[in-house]
Write a new protein. Sequence first.
Length: 109
Amino acid sequence: MTSKQATPKQPPLTSLVALEEAAELLKTLAHPHRLRIVQMLLRGRYTVGELAEACEIPSHMASEHLRLMLRCDLLDSHKEGRKVFYRIAEPQLGDILGSIERRFGGGGS
């Protein structure tokens, strides 16, 4: 008689529907300027002009990146007077970006 070694119980696999949603989120993030924007917004709130400057792109391009991430509910915005500030709305972005930073390093520009 052979003894079967007990294997620890694995959590159930994620549904394909949920994985499709995850793939869409990852596609949205899969751009260096959007990753930089998320990196900055995890540290505080910023205007489009500040984000554009940090990404070294024109404000209208930063606005497009922000619009895309707003549509995906990754960010939200708050108006104060004439300025609009952006911030992270999806709490898991910190974990995702943390994994990216650990893999690819945090130094550099």
